[in-house]
Design a protein around this ligand. Structure first.
Ligand SMILES: NC(=O)c1ccc[n+]([C@@H]2O[C@H](COP(=O)([O-])OP(=O)(O)OC[C@H]3O[C@@H](n4cnc5c(N)ncnc54)[C@H](O)[C@@H]3O)[C@@H](O)[C@H]2O)c1
Ligand SMILES: O=P(O)(O)OC[C@H](O)CO
Length: 300
C-alpha cells in the first residue's frame, strides 16, 4: 500500500520506519512542505502534536476528498475545543475514517527494533484488525480494539500523570510515592474514562495502565522528564525549553482539568499538575495539599 505519514518528528519517523519494514511504500510529510504528495496515499498516519492536528487536517481538506483511513498517533486533547483527536478529525475531515494508535511505545525503542506492543482502535473492529495486520512486525505487535474513546483517553491522560510522577521524583520523594501516584493516577484515569463512556477494560490495557507504567517511570519520557525538571526547581519555561520534543501533558492538563470539572469527576492529581504547570504554584504546596486530603475507601 501507499501510506502517507504526516509529521517527521520522533514518532512520525519511527512509524514511517515501521510501515516501510512492513512492506509499504511510504511518503513522509513535514511542516513547511506541500501536502500534495500525500494525496495519492491509501492510508494516512497522523504524527504531529495534538495541538497541530487541526491545522494539518485543514491543509488536507482540499487534497483528500475520498474516504480514507486515518491513523491518529497524537496523544492529547485539543485546547480550545476540548475535543479528542478522533473528534477533531470528524469535525474537519469527515470523509476520513479515524483510527487511533496508542500504547507504551518510545520512538527510540521502536527504531532499535526492541519489542513493543500497542493498540489500534477503529469504530469497526474488523478495520482495526485489518490495519493491525498490515502494520505489525514481529517486534511491533499491534492489538485491535473498537473503543476509540477509551484508547484516546488513556493516551492523553497518562501524559499528565507522568508529569506528576516526574515532579515527585524531582523532589526526591522516593519510589513508594511514585507507585502511589501512579496507582491513584490510574484511579483518576479510570473514573474519568468511565464518566465519558469508555470501556473500563480498555484502560486496563496498553493505552491506559500500560502507557502509565512506562511513562510514569522512565526518563525516556518527555512528560516525566518535564515533571522531574519542575520538581528539581526549574520553571515551566525552562523545563519546556530543555525538553527533547513535545510535552503533550503540559498542553493537555488545563483542558483535561476543565473536562473533569465539567463532568463532575474528582481528579486531585490532575488538579495539582494543572496548578503547578498553568498557575505557577510551587510543587511542595501541591504535594502538601494532596497529602492532606481526607482518608477514604480505596476503590472509589
Ligand atoms: N516520541 C514518542 O516516543 C511517541 C510515541 C507515541 C506517541 N507519540 C505522540 O506522537 C505525537 C508527536 O510526537 P513526536 O515524538 O513525534 O514529537 P516531536 O517533538 O519529536 O516532533 C513533532 C513534529 O511535529 C512537527 N510539528 C509541531 N507542531 C506542528 C504543527 N502545528 N503542524 C505541523 N507539524 C508540527 C514538528 O516540526 C516536529 O517535526 C505526540 O502526540 C506524541 O505524544 C510520541
Ligand atoms: O516521551 P513521552 O512522554 O511523550 O512518551 C512517549 C510515548 O507516549 C510513550 O508511550
Amino acid at each position: 500500500m501507499r501510506i502517507g505519514v504526516l509529521g517527521a518528528g520522533a514518532w512520525g519517523t519511527a512509524l514511517a520506519h515501521v510501515a516501510r519494514a512492513a512492506g509499504h511504500e511510504v511518503e513522509v510529510w513535514s511542516r513547511g512542505r506541500p501536502l500534495e504528495a500525500i494525496g495519492k496515499a491509501q492510508g494516512l498516519i497522523l504524527a504531529v502534536p495534538a495541538q497541530g492536528v487541526r491545522g494539518v487536517l485543514l491543509g488536507l481538506k482540499a487534497i483528500v476528498t475520498n474516504a480514507i483511513p486515518l491513523i491518529i498517533s497524537a496523544k492529547g486533547i485539543e485546547q480550545g475545543s476540548g475535543l479528542f483527536m478522533n473528534e477533531v478529525v470528524a469535525d474537519v475531515l469527515p470523509q476520513a475514517e479515524p483510527m487511533v494508535l496508542s500504547g507504551p511505545s518510545f520512538a527510540a525503542d521502536v527504531m532499535q527494533g526492541l519489542p513493543t506492543a500497542v493498540v489500534l482502535t477503529a469504530g469497526e473492529i474488523s478495520h482495526a484488525h485489518q490495519w493491525a495486520e498490515a502494520l505489525s512486525l514481529p517486534h511491533f505487535r499491534i492489538y485491535a480494539s473498537d473503543d476509540v474513546k477509551g484508547v484516546e483517553i488513556g493516551g492523553a491522560l497518562k501524559n499528565v500523570l507522568a508529569i506528576a510522577c516526574g515532579i515527585s521524583d524531582g523532589r526526591a520523594l522516593g519510589d513508594s510515592a511514585r507507585a502511589a501516584l501512579t496507582t491513584r493516577g490510574f484511579a483518576e484515569l479510570t473514573r474519568f474514562a468511565a464518566k465519558l463512556g469508555a470501556k473500563p477494560e480498555t484502560l486496563m490495557g496498553l493505552s491506559g495502565l500500560g502507557d502509565l507504567l512506562l511513562t510514569c517511570s522512565s526518563k525516556q519520557s518527555r512528560n516525566y522528564s518535564f515533571g522531574f525538571a519542575l520538581g528539581a526547581g526549574k520553571t515551566v519555561e525552562q523545563a519546556l525549553a530543555a525538553s527533547r520534543g513535545v510535552v503533550e501533558g503540559a498542553a493537555t492538563v488545563k483542558i483535561a482539568q476543565a473536562l473533569a470539572r465539567q463532568h463532575g469527576v474528582d481528579m486531585p492529581i490532575v488538579d495539582a499538575v494543572h496548578a503547578i504547570v498553568d498557575e505557577g504554584r510551587a510543587p511542595d504546596q501541591e504535594i502538601a495539599r494532596l497529602l492532606a486530603r481526607p482518608l477514604r475507601a480505596e476503590i472509589t
